[in-house]
Ligand binder design. Structure first.
Ligand code: CA2
Length: 153
């Protein structure tokens, strides 16, 4: 079972600025933790980050060929992108939306997510742990559908 971890604009800058909001871990470190948890859960993970909306739309569109589900931090596009919402609806894969910060404790423009309604759920406010919780939730949902992973030899 393969899962795609998608990251939107500016998340490549994590760890460099605004650590009080986003924590000190860079995206590479967050993804390392995700891969470690994925291994423990017995699933494979790929990742993709882009600062471009169209590249994210294209990646989501291609994802049903390769992946069972998505973990997605759409970053600022969360609050603006009908295109990403439509792409998620169209691809029909289960997606967990994750955010490092609790957007409801921040500016009002961050309180709306256009993408959340196309997702099975949303996890926010736990820093890098949001991704790990999102992965666990997604794997749980997928296993409910397909049954447990085969035991290791
Ligand atoms: O809390 C989150 O995960 C966000 O998706 C992060 C986005 C923000 O626009 C969302 O409202 C909430 C920002 C992504 C990264 O922004 C950085 C900006 C400067 C330095 C480091 C990261």
């Amino acid at each position: 079972m393969k899962i795609l971890v998608l990251n939107g604009p500016n998340l490549n800058l994590l760890g460099e600025r605004q650590p009080e909001i986003y924590g000190r871990d860079g995206l590479g470190e967050i993804l390392r933790q995700v891969r470690e948890r994925a291994k423990a859960l017995g699933v494979e993970v790929d990742d993709f980050q882009s600062n471009e909306e169209g590249a994210l739309v294209t990646k989501i569109g291609e994802s049903p060929r390769q992946y069972a589900g998505l973990i997605f931090n759409p970053a600022a596009y969360t609050h603006t992108s009908v295109a990403l919402r439509d792409a998620l609806d169209a691809c029909r894969l289960p997606c967990v939306e994750v955010h490092l910060s609790n957007v409801h404790r921040r500016e009002a423009f961050r309180h709306t997510s256009l993408t959340a309604a196309a997702c099975v759920g949303q996890i926010m406010g736990f820093g890098a742990r949001s991704y790990l919780l999102g992965l666990e939730a997604l794997v749980g949902i997928l296993r409910e559908k397909t049954g447990p992973a085969p035991a290791k030899a």
